[in-house]
Every structure is written in C-alpha cells, then in structure tokens.
Design a protein. Sequence first.
Length: 119
Amino acid sequence: VQLQASGGGLVQAGGSLRLSCVASGRTFSVPAMGWFRQAPGKEREFVAAIAWSGGSTYYADSVKGRFTISGDNAKNTVYLQMNSLKPEDTAVYYCAAGYGLHPQSFGSWGQGTQVTVSS
C-alpha cells in the first residue's frame, strides 16, 4: 500500500487544519488507517485510527475532543480534522495502514506532512 499525506501548514493556536491521506495499491488488504506524529526530538506517537469496515475510531487521549478521523472508502482517503490546535501539536504527521485500531497494528507508513502551530 502506498500512502500520500497532505494538508499540513502553519496555523495559529486555536486554529484548524484538515489533513488528507490517499491510499493506493492493495488497499483492499488494509482493514484500518491511522495517523501518527513525531515532534522534533521525540518519538513517533499515535494520534488516531479508523476501521474501514464499520467506521470504528480510536484516539489518543491528547487529541480526544479536538481531532476527528474520518474516511471515504470510495476515494481510499482518510482525513484528520484538527481543531483547537495547540503549539504542542506541532509535528510531522504521518498516515499509516494497519490491521486494527491498536497503535501496534500499524506497519506501513507514508511520507509526512508538517504541521506547525504558533502561539
């Protein structure tokens, strides 16, 4: 599966951004999609995941109530709507393909998109 993320940018604290990730290739073999992020000097961390079948979602505590993950099966595209952004949300955001909603289920990564939140 090939993954292409887009939509990052510079936004002020309290603002919003929507990230997109288009999957191509053997997308039928991927039950779930997710978003992870990596800030400078930190390890990559899980943000959110969605199951293609049924639409179940799972979020990191740090983004619950602010971020929403959604998917469009027809377009093989996953979105991450990010509201009430904080400076600590600044990171490179990566989309990933996996076999379940648990963060350890993900093993295929796309290129990242930079999100910068200014205070």
